[in-house]
Design a protein around this ligand. Sequence first.
Ligand SMILES: N[C@@H](CCC(=O)N[C@@H](CSO)C(=O)NCC(=O)O)C(=O)O
Length: 222
Amino acid sequence: ENGKVVVLDFWASPYAMRTKIALREKGVEFEVQEEDLWNKSELLLKSNPVHEKVPVLIHNNIPICESLVQVQYIDETWTEAASFLPADPQSRATARFWADYADKTISFAGGRKIWGNKKGEEQDKGIEEFFESLKVLENELGDKTYFGGETFGYVDIALVPFYSWFHALEECGGGFSVEAACPKIVAWGKRCVERKSVADSLPESEKVYQQVLKLRQIFNVE
Ligand SMILES: N[C@@H](CCC(=O)N[C@@H](CSO)C(=O)NCC(=O)O)C(=O)O
Protein backbone atom coordinates (compact mmCIF):
# COMPACT_ATOMS: atom_id res chain seq x y z
CA GLU A 1 0.00 0.00 0.00
CA ASN A 2 3.02 2.30 -0.41
CA GLY A 3 3.55 4.54 -3.37
CA LYS A 4 2.29 7.84 -4.63
CA VAL A 5 -1.44 8.59 -4.45
CA VAL A 6 -3.02 11.31 -6.60
CA VAL A 7 -6.70 12.27 -6.90
CA LEU A 8 -7.83 13.98 -10.09
CA ASP A 9 -10.42 16.16 -8.43
CA PHE A 10 -13.07 18.87 -8.73
CA TRP A 11 -13.76 20.54 -5.37
CA ALA A 12 -17.57 20.67 -5.85
CA SER A 13 -17.96 17.11 -7.14
CA PRO A 14 -19.83 14.96 -4.62
CA TYR A 15 -18.27 11.90 -6.25
CA ALA A 16 -14.73 13.19 -5.74
CA MET A 17 -15.60 14.01 -2.13
CA ARG A 18 -16.23 10.29 -1.55
CA THR A 19 -12.69 9.37 -2.57
CA LYS A 20 -11.11 12.11 -0.44
CA ILE A 21 -13.18 11.11 2.61
CA ALA A 22 -12.13 7.47 2.15
CA LEU A 23 -8.41 8.32 1.86
CA ARG A 24 -8.61 10.64 4.88
CA GLU A 25 -10.47 8.03 6.94
CA LYS A 26 -7.56 5.68 6.24
CA GLY A 27 -4.95 8.34 7.00
CA VAL A 28 -3.47 8.03 3.51
CA GLU A 29 -1.34 10.97 2.27
CA PHE A 30 -2.39 12.05 -1.24
CA GLU A 31 -1.97 14.82 -3.77
CA VAL A 32 -4.97 16.59 -5.28
CA GLN A 33 -4.91 17.71 -8.90
CA GLU A 34 -7.79 20.12 -9.42
CA GLU A 35 -9.35 19.68 -12.86
CA ASP A 36 -11.11 22.28 -14.98
CA LEU A 37 -13.96 20.20 -16.36
CA TRP A 38 -14.24 22.54 -19.33
CA ASN A 39 -10.58 22.05 -20.12
CA LYS A 40 -9.66 18.57 -18.99
CA SER A 41 -5.99 17.68 -18.51
CA GLU A 42 -4.23 15.15 -20.70
CA LEU A 43 -3.70 13.09 -17.54
CA LEU A 44 -7.46 12.93 -16.92
CA LEU A 45 -8.25 12.00 -20.53
CA LYS A 46 -5.54 9.32 -20.49
CA SER A 47 -6.44 8.01 -17.01
CA ASN A 48 -10.20 7.77 -17.58
CA PRO A 49 -10.62 7.44 -21.35
CA VAL A 50 -14.02 5.73 -21.06
CA HIS A 51 -15.88 8.36 -18.99
CA GLU A 52 -13.41 11.31 -18.96
CA LYS A 53 -14.78 12.18 -15.52
CA VAL A 54 -13.43 12.98 -12.06
CA PRO A 55 -12.60 11.56 -9.61
CA VAL A 56 -9.73 9.39 -10.78
CA LEU A 57 -7.54 7.75 -8.15
CA ILE A 58 -3.98 7.24 -9.39
CA HIS A 59 -1.99 4.89 -7.15
CA ASN A 60 1.59 4.02 -8.18
CA ASN A 61 0.68 5.50 -11.58
CA ILE A 62 -2.24 3.05 -11.96
CA PRO A 63 -5.59 4.85 -12.55
CA ILE A 64 -8.74 3.60 -10.84
CA CYS A 65 -12.04 5.06 -12.09
CA GLU A 66 -15.53 5.42 -10.57
CA SER A 67 -15.81 6.80 -7.06
CA LEU A 68 -17.50 3.79 -5.43
CA VAL A 69 -14.94 1.48 -7.03
CA GLN A 70 -12.20 3.74 -5.63
CA VAL A 71 -13.70 3.68 -2.13
CA GLN A 72 -13.72 -0.13 -2.17
CA TYR A 73 -10.16 -0.22 -3.56
CA ILE A 74 -9.01 2.12 -0.77
CA ASP A 75 -10.73 -0.09 1.79
CA GLU A 76 -8.99 -3.21 0.44
CA THR A 77 -5.58 -1.59 0.00
CA TRP A 78 -5.09 0.23 3.33
CA THR A 79 -6.29 -2.46 5.70
CA GLU A 80 -4.63 -1.36 8.95
CA ALA A 81 -7.32 1.27 9.53
CA ALA A 82 -10.92 0.24 10.17
CA SER A 83 -12.76 -1.27 7.19
CA PHE A 84 -15.62 0.64 5.54
CA LEU A 85 -17.54 -2.58 4.98
CA PRO A 86 -18.68 -5.12 7.59
CA ALA A 87 -17.16 -8.58 7.69
CA ASP A 88 -20.10 -10.78 6.76
CA PRO A 89 -21.20 -11.04 3.12
CA GLN A 90 -24.85 -10.26 3.84
CA SER A 91 -24.09 -6.98 5.63
CA ARG A 92 -21.64 -6.11 2.86
CA ALA A 93 -24.36 -6.74 0.29
CA THR A 94 -26.76 -4.52 2.22
CA ALA A 95 -24.18 -1.72 2.36
CA ARG A 96 -23.49 -2.04 -1.37
CA PHE A 97 -27.24 -1.98 -2.07
CA TRP A 98 -27.74 1.32 -0.22
CA ALA A 99 -24.64 2.97 -1.69
CA ASP A 100 -25.88 1.96 -5.14
CA TYR A 101 -29.34 3.33 -4.30
CA ALA A 102 -27.86 6.65 -3.24
CA ASP A 103 -25.76 6.72 -6.41
CA LYS A 104 -28.74 6.08 -8.65
CA THR A 105 -31.21 8.45 -7.01
CA ILE A 106 -29.94 11.38 -4.94
CA SER A 107 -27.33 12.54 -7.35
CA PHE A 108 -28.99 13.68 -10.48
CA ALA A 109 -32.36 12.00 -10.66
CA GLY A 110 -33.57 14.51 -8.09
CA GLY A 111 -30.61 16.85 -7.75
CA ARG A 112 -29.90 17.74 -11.37
CA LYS A 113 -33.58 18.28 -12.14
CA ILE A 114 -33.76 20.77 -9.26
CA TRP A 115 -30.73 22.95 -9.99
CA GLY A 116 -30.81 22.33 -13.76
CA ASN A 117 -34.33 23.72 -14.20
CA LYS A 118 -36.03 26.99 -13.47
CA LYS A 119 -39.18 27.06 -11.38
CA GLY A 120 -41.90 24.93 -12.95
CA GLU A 121 -43.19 21.46 -13.65
CA GLU A 122 -39.84 19.82 -14.45
CA GLN A 123 -38.27 21.21 -11.31
CA ASP A 124 -41.26 20.21 -9.19
CA LYS A 125 -40.87 16.65 -10.51
CA GLY A 126 -37.21 16.80 -9.51
CA ILE A 127 -38.07 17.96 -6.01
CA GLU A 128 -40.61 15.15 -5.72
CA GLU A 129 -38.09 12.52 -6.86
CA PHE A 130 -35.41 13.95 -4.60
CA PHE A 131 -37.61 13.72 -1.51
CA GLU A 132 -39.00 10.34 -2.51
CA SER A 133 -35.54 8.81 -2.44
CA LEU A 134 -34.27 10.82 0.52
CA LYS A 135 -37.24 9.63 2.58
CA VAL A 136 -36.38 6.04 1.68
CA LEU A 137 -32.86 6.70 3.01
CA GLU A 138 -34.26 8.47 6.08
CA ASN A 139 -36.31 5.38 6.80
CA GLU A 140 -33.32 3.08 6.27
CA LEU A 141 -31.17 5.19 8.60
CA GLY A 142 -33.87 5.30 11.26
CA ASP A 143 -32.39 5.90 14.70
CA LYS A 144 -28.95 4.49 13.83
CA THR A 145 -25.89 6.69 14.28
CA TYR A 146 -24.60 5.76 10.84
CA PHE A 147 -26.06 3.67 8.03
CA GLY A 148 -24.05 0.64 9.12
CA GLY A 149 -24.92 1.08 12.78
CA GLU A 150 -22.43 2.53 15.23
CA THR A 151 -19.48 2.87 12.83
CA PHE A 152 -19.00 5.30 9.96
CA GLY A 153 -18.72 3.30 6.77
CA TYR A 154 -19.31 2.69 3.09
CA VAL A 155 -22.89 3.97 2.77
CA ASP A 156 -22.08 7.10 4.79
CA ILE A 157 -19.12 7.82 2.49
CA ALA A 158 -21.30 7.28 -0.58
CA LEU A 159 -24.06 9.61 0.57
CA VAL A 160 -22.65 12.34 2.79
CA PRO A 161 -21.14 14.41 -0.05
CA PHE A 162 -24.66 15.25 -1.22
CA TYR A 163 -25.31 16.81 2.19
CA SER A 164 -23.10 19.71 1.02
CA TRP A 165 -25.50 20.25 -1.90
CA PHE A 166 -28.73 20.42 0.13
CA HIS A 167 -28.55 24.19 0.67
CA ALA A 168 -28.03 24.83 -3.07
CA LEU A 169 -30.97 22.56 -3.94
CA GLU A 170 -33.19 24.27 -1.36
CA GLU A 171 -32.38 27.70 -2.77
CA CYS A 172 -32.76 26.64 -6.42
CA GLY A 173 -36.00 24.86 -5.56
CA GLY A 174 -37.64 27.93 -4.11
CA GLY A 175 -36.55 27.57 -0.49
CA PHE A 176 -37.92 24.17 0.54
CA SER A 177 -36.49 22.62 3.70
CA VAL A 178 -34.72 19.26 3.62
CA GLU A 179 -34.66 19.27 7.43
CA ALA A 180 -38.45 19.57 7.66
CA ALA A 181 -38.95 16.43 5.56
CA CYS A 182 -35.86 14.43 6.58
CA PRO A 183 -34.71 15.53 10.04
CA LYS A 184 -32.79 12.31 10.69
CA ILE A 185 -30.79 12.64 7.47
CA VAL A 186 -29.88 16.24 8.32
CA ALA A 187 -28.88 15.26 11.88
CA TRP A 188 -26.81 12.40 10.41
CA GLY A 189 -25.15 14.81 7.94
CA LYS A 190 -24.20 17.16 10.78
CA ARG A 191 -22.81 14.18 12.72
CA CYS A 192 -20.71 13.07 9.74
CA VAL A 193 -19.32 16.58 9.21
CA GLU A 194 -17.95 16.44 12.76
CA ARG A 195 -15.45 13.86 11.43
CA LYS A 196 -12.24 15.50 10.18
CA SER A 197 -12.21 13.29 7.06
CA VAL A 198 -15.62 14.67 6.07
CA ALA A 199 -15.08 18.27 7.23
CA ASP A 200 -11.87 18.39 5.18
CA SER A 201 -13.55 16.98 2.06
CA LEU A 202 -16.91 18.82 1.90
CA PRO A 203 -16.91 22.46 0.77
CA GLU A 204 -19.03 25.05 2.57
CA SER A 205 -22.67 24.81 1.47
CA GLU A 206 -22.65 28.45 0.45
CA LYS A 207 -19.65 27.89 -1.82
CA VAL A 208 -21.48 24.98 -3.48
CA TYR A 209 -24.51 27.25 -3.95
CA GLN A 210 -22.39 29.94 -5.64
CA GLN A 211 -20.97 27.26 -7.96
CA VAL A 212 -24.47 26.00 -8.77
CA LEU A 213 -25.55 29.55 -9.65
CA LYS A 214 -22.59 29.65 -12.08
CA LEU A 215 -23.69 26.29 -13.55
CA ARG A 216 -27.22 27.67 -14.00
CA GLN A 217 -25.76 30.56 -15.97
CA ILE A 218 -23.54 28.25 -18.05
CA PHE A 219 -26.50 25.98 -18.79
CA ASN A 220 -28.66 29.05 -19.38
CA VAL A 221 -31.23 28.07 -16.74
CA GLU A 222 -33.73 31.02 -16.39
N1 LIG B 1 -20.18 7.73 -11.62
C1 LIG B 1 -19.07 8.65 -11.56
C2 LIG B 1 -19.61 10.07 -11.70
C3 LIG B 1 -18.52 11.11 -11.75
C4 LIG B 1 -19.00 12.45 -12.30
O1 LIG B 1 -20.16 12.60 -12.69
N2 LIG B 1 -18.07 13.42 -12.33
C5 LIG B 1 -18.41 14.74 -12.91
C6 LIG B 1 -18.13 15.85 -11.90
S1 LIG B 1 -19.24 15.76 -10.61
O2 LIG B 1 -20.62 15.98 -11.26
C7 LIG B 1 -17.50 14.98 -14.10
O3 LIG B 1 -16.31 14.69 -14.07
N3 LIG B 1 -18.09 15.56 -15.16
C8 LIG B 1 -17.28 15.94 -16.31
C9 LIG B 1 -18.03 15.68 -17.59
O4 LIG B 1 -19.14 15.10 -17.47
O5 LIG B 1 -17.53 16.08 -18.64
C10 LIG B 1 -18.32 8.47 -10.24
O6 LIG B 1 -18.98 8.06 -9.29
O7 LIG B 1 -17.10 8.70 -10.19
